[in-house]
Design a protein around this ligand. Structure first.
Ligand code: ATP
Length: 240
């Protein structure tokens, strides 16, 4: 069903060919991780929710794959957190931006920067890949992104943003550079973040406390350990 969503997204002109390849990479890591949310990912999801609750200008950055996979979840997360959505594409064309914008609106996303927003560049990314909305990502203090490229993640962190990345590959540069790395599938992760936002939105202090105690390196180490444990188990048994 998930694969169908991506293929359908490709047919609608929301997902590009590179997105299909990226999806396959994600599926492979999800397979290795046992296609479930591990404790370390669940914890990182709670931290993402905490950032959404305490940030002054949180933004959910959405690309073609994320839109195709989780439009209803993105709408719900934006609604419960009050965060604006910005369509932000690595392989940017104004036509695809407009298509994804319309698709998300149809799925109930109300807080969303329009394709006509005033633009600026992410410092260090002065090409089409670095175009963002002035009132959106440029002014944001926290950016949640999923299935994202490493250069762009690194540039946002270098710009002083707190960045949370949903990425099934803990080796990727995005996973390595983000402030908070959620090694989980984008759909499962977004659903869990929604649940945590609902629990934390009346409790800013608790959210602040959680952020203060968070160590992303530790979470990444636990993700690598989970991969290792599953492989060790398979090696010892010859089966999983
Ligand atoms: P980087 O540039 O960060 O080193 P990359 O070259 O793999 O990594 P992209 O192809 O832009 O960059 O990133 C896509 C990332 O998203 C991959 O790491 C892939 O594992 C991950 N991914 C793909 N599908 C999903 C999904 N459904 N949920 C979460 N992560 C996913």
């Amino acid at each position: 069903m998930t694969r169908e969503k991506i293929v359908e997204g490709y047919r609608k002109g929301i997902v590009v060919l590179h997105g299909l390849i990226a999806h396959g990479r994600g599926e492979a890591f999800d397979y290795l991780l046992g296609e479930k949310t591990h404790g370390f990912a669940d914890y990182a999801e709670k931290i993402v929710a905490s950032y959404l609750v305490v940030s002054n200008r949180p933004i959910i950055s959405v690309n073609g794959n994320y839109a195709a996979l989780a439009p209803d979840e993105i709408a719900e997360l934006s609604r419960v957190s009050g965060a604006y959505v910005e369509v932000n594409l690595f392989h940017r064309t104004e036509e695809r931006i407009a298509r994804i914008y319309e698709f998300l609106r149809e799925h109930g996303v109300e807080r969303i920067l329009p394709p006509s927003c005033e633009k600026t560049y992410v410092p260090g990314l002065e090409s089409k890949r670095g175009i963002v909305c002035r009132e959106g990502i440029a002014l944001a203090d926290f950016v949640l992104l999923a299935i994202e490229d490493g250069d762009r993640t690194e540039a946002l962190v270098g710009w002083g943003k707190k960045v949370a990345a949903i990425d099934l590959n803990p080796f990727s540069r995005t996973a390595q550079k983000a402030t908070v790395t959620v090694v989980d599938d984008a759909i499962r992760a977004t659903r869990n973040i929604i649940r945590y936002v609902e629990g934390l939105r009346g409790n800013r202090e608790e959210a602040m406390r959680l952020i203060a105690g968070y160590d992303n390196k530790l979470v990444l180490k636990q993700a690598f350990k989970a991969l290792l444990d599953r492989l060790e188990f398979a090696v010892s048994r010859g089966v999983l």
